[in-house]
Design a protein around this ligand. Structure first.
Ligand SMILES: C[S@@+](CC[C@H](N)C(=O)[O-])C[C@H]1O[C@@H](n2cnc3c(N)ncnc32)[C@H](O)[C@@H]1O
Length: 267
């Protein structure tokens, strides 16, 4: 089995972390990244994928935004509500990405049995917009879950904090902020991560979602995976992943992304 070659990027929320063979500041060492299995399915529509996969721990939904890239559809709100409903059938945690004005309309559609855990905001300053007026600098992400679905804020602690928490010396676990600040991967920014997908999310906004809702070896589904950012986050964090997209081109991009890092993955 080929050994995983994870990029050397650091996880910004953790302190110095000891790994099996060496110490990397806040990061996942190459040696840590060998267990997870990420399966890349054949191209399929999101609703077909959601009706055919087994139950998973967390689903990431990151559709086109109904403007610009990916075009517009008149039934977008109803379609997205159906996608969210279907995602809630296969998982206890569902994250839904979109512009705030789109997700605001889904707040009234949260499926029975699920609640809004948090409205997350991704804040980026480097959008090269040419639109006169306010320059876009935020995306929203709804965290929906069933009541009492486990969350793991302790995954964001550094070693010292973890020790204090484990020995009962910490009264509560300080959670990460609900605003994730990370630049768009454009131009020279995030060059190592860039795949050419026009709406690729940075790893640093996907990894916190997995850390908060999953343990090692849990399974994450991303049925609109684009360039496979969720898959790479899974491999870096030792979570299993199931990825799909409607576009054969983007699934090839995803497979190439994993191959580039010599990361093992499924079909
Ligand atoms: C915003 S991008 C996802 C980007 C991804 N999170 C990343 O970091 O690369 C949206 C993706 O949804 C896919 N998509 C759009 N409609 C779909 C559908 N009906 N079923 C499955 N995938 C779809 C597109 O091909 C596109 O790759």
């Amino acid at each position: 089995m080929a050994k995983a070659e994870a990029p050397e990027a650091e996880l910004p929320w953790a302190g110095t972390r000891k790994t099996k063979k060496r110490v990397v500041k806040g990061g996942i060492s190459r040696d840590d990244c060998t267990r997870a299995n990420v399966e890349v399915l054949a191209p399929a529509d999101v609703l077909d994928t959601l009706s055919s996969v087994p139950k998973v721990t967390t689903v990431i939904i990151d559709p086109w935004y109904n403007k610009g890239l990916g075009g517009e559809r008149e039934d977008y709100d109803d379609w997205l509500a159906e996608v969210i409903q279907s995602a809630c059938r296969v998982s206890r945690h569902v994250f839904v990405w979109g512009f705030p004005e789109i997700l605001a309309r889904q707040i009234v559609n949260i499926p029975n049995g699920f609640g809004l855990v948090s409205w997350l905001t991704w804040f980026y300053k480097n959008c090269p917009s040419v639109i006169r007026g306010w320059r876009s600098s935020q995306n929203a992400c709804l965290h929906l879950s069933v009541k009492d679905a486990p969350t793991y804020p302790e995954h964001f602690l550094n070693d010292e904090q973890l020790e204090r928490w484990q020995s009962g010396k910490m009264r509560f676990v300080p959670g990460p902020p609900s605003v994730l600040e990370a630049p768009l991967n454009i131009g020279f920014v995030g060059r190592d991560e860039q795949t050419g997908h026009p709406a690729q999310k940075p790893l640093s906004v996907i990894e916190p979602l997995l850390l908060m809702t999953t343990k090692e070896d849990d399974t994450v589904l991303d049925p609109m995976c684009g360039s496979g950012t969720t898959g790479e986050a899974c491999l870096r964090l030792n979570r299993n992943g199931i990825l799909c997209d409607i576009s054969p081109e983007y699934l090839t991009m995803t497979r190439n992304r994993f191959a580039k890092h010599h990361i093992r993955h499924g079909r």
